[in-house]
Design a protein around this ligand. Structure first.
Ligand SMILES: NC(=O)c1ccc[n+]([C@@H]2O[C@H](COP(=O)([O-])OP(=O)(O)OC[C@H]3O[C@@H](n4cnc5c(N)ncnc54)[C@H](OP(=O)(O)O)[C@@H]3O)[C@@H](O)[C@H]2O)c1
Length: 342
């Protein structure tokens, strides 16, 4: 295919190869190795981006592990067909496909790129997914936005959260949760947060009216009473579905973002059960968030204005990307984890 030439002064790969973190089998962070691989060639509607930062999230480690097994049906039975993890990318366009008209070399962009490819020096970004990064949003912040921010936004939409809604966010301290709390507060909702003890002060800092330690306070207890919420956003996935439904006021909605489950189906089992437990006046809906560049553009704008702020717990240099995956894999991140590609 034909690509338009890189802009003068663009950093281009010297010998057609680049460094990338790759895996040739499913497993924990130990299966991911730093290697030298060919620089990918953009298709006619793609951009080639010099990666400057890559956000890591729970979905990356699910793909790394092939967990649940259902994932492997879609992404590769023996090993992931895309060997490099990393979906959230911020970087500089260095070449564009022959049919691309809206981007050019030198543009600073952010994107959610599909199943992987971001933990590398260069990545392919479908042009339709690329959003221009405002100059006053740092690359680390931009790379922390796409999947987690987009999921939070879509969860709040699915629960019809608006000004005056009372919302309970379960799993409020993680990557998705820290955006859910902020975006719900920004919509004018009254936000209640269930999070780990060390994140409780953060919860009130970012807009929660009430914050509780999930290890001490159970939904349905006097602190978090039944029949009190217009929306429950369940990101942790451990509270029984009937208890979640019992938290709702008449007309309310539970949105399931995740769910504990077995090795084969993972959260799918819980999501199927939700169909049977949902009621007309107390709905339970499962969310499968998708890449929405128009939402990413609004998230970048809100970040540029200072209305929301990506909570970044740790930033890792590229050579330590395996440690970033391991930290997210452990399941105790507070906010986001970002790898910078120097
Ligand atoms: N449906 C979709 O489209 C979609 C999209 C994106 C992500 N997801 C899923 O959403 C889930 C969360 O993703 P994430 O990136 O936010 O995860 P994460 O960043 O890894 O979340 C970690 C945080 O969750 C807290 N936590 C763990 N168990 C909890 C519980 N029972 N109650 C309250 N807080 C708890 C941890 O606190 P402690 O350290 O104190 O335990 C930690 O702060 C993942 O399963 C992911 O696959 C789904």
């Amino acid at each position: 295919m034909t690509t338009n030439p890189p802009a003068a002064g663009s950093p281009t790969p010297a010998n057609g190869t680049m460094r990338a973190w790759v895996q040739d089998r499913y497993g924990g962070p130990e299966v991911v190795e730093l290697d030298r691989v060919p620089v990918p060639v953009p298709g006619a509607t793609d951009l080639l981006v010099r990666v400057r930062a890559c956000g890591i999230h729970a979905g990356d480690v699910r793909l790394m592990r092939g967990d649940p097994y259902l994932v492997r049906l879609a992404f590769g039975i023996r090993r992931p067909r895309t060997a490099t993890r990393g979906i959230d990318v911020a970087g500089t366009v260095v070449a564009v496909g022959s049919e691309v008209t809206g981007s050019r070399p030198g543009d600073e962009v952010v994107a959610e790129i599909g199943v992987g490819g971001g933990l590398a020096e260069y990545a392919i970004v479908p042009a339709a997914r690329a959003v221009v990064r405002p100059a006053d949003v740092p690359v680390q912040h931009a790379a922390a936005l796409p999947v987690s921010g987009g999921t939070a936004w879509q969860a709040l939409d699915a629960a019809h959260v608006a000004s005056g809604s009372r919302v309970l966010v379960i799993g409020a301290a993680g990557g998705v949760g820290t955006y859910t709390v902020q975006l719900a507060a920004q919509r004018g909702a009254e936000v209640w947060a269930l999070a780990g003890e060390r994140a409780l002060d953060l919860m009130t800092d970012i807009g929660a009216a009430h914050a509780f330690d999930y290890r001490r306070v159970q939904p349905g207890s006097p602190e978090i009473p039944a029949e009190s919420f217009d929306a429950v956003i369940d990101i942790a996935g451990t509270v029984p579905l009937s208890a979640l439904r019992g938290l709702l006021r008449d007309g309310g909605t539970v949105v399931l973002v995740s769910g504990a489950g077995g090795k084969i189906l993972g959260p799918m089992g819980r999501m199927l059960k939700a169909v049977f437990l949902s009621r007309r006046r107390r709905r339970i809906r499962s969310l499968a968030a998708t890449a929405k560049p128009e939402i990413l553009a609004q998230l970048l704008e809100l970040t540029a204005q200072g209305t929301i702020r990506p909570v970044i717990e740790r930033t890792y240099p590229f050579h330590a990307a395996r440690d970033a995956l391991a930290h997210v894999d452990a399941g105790h991140a507070v906010g986001k984890v970002v790898v910078t590609v120097e």
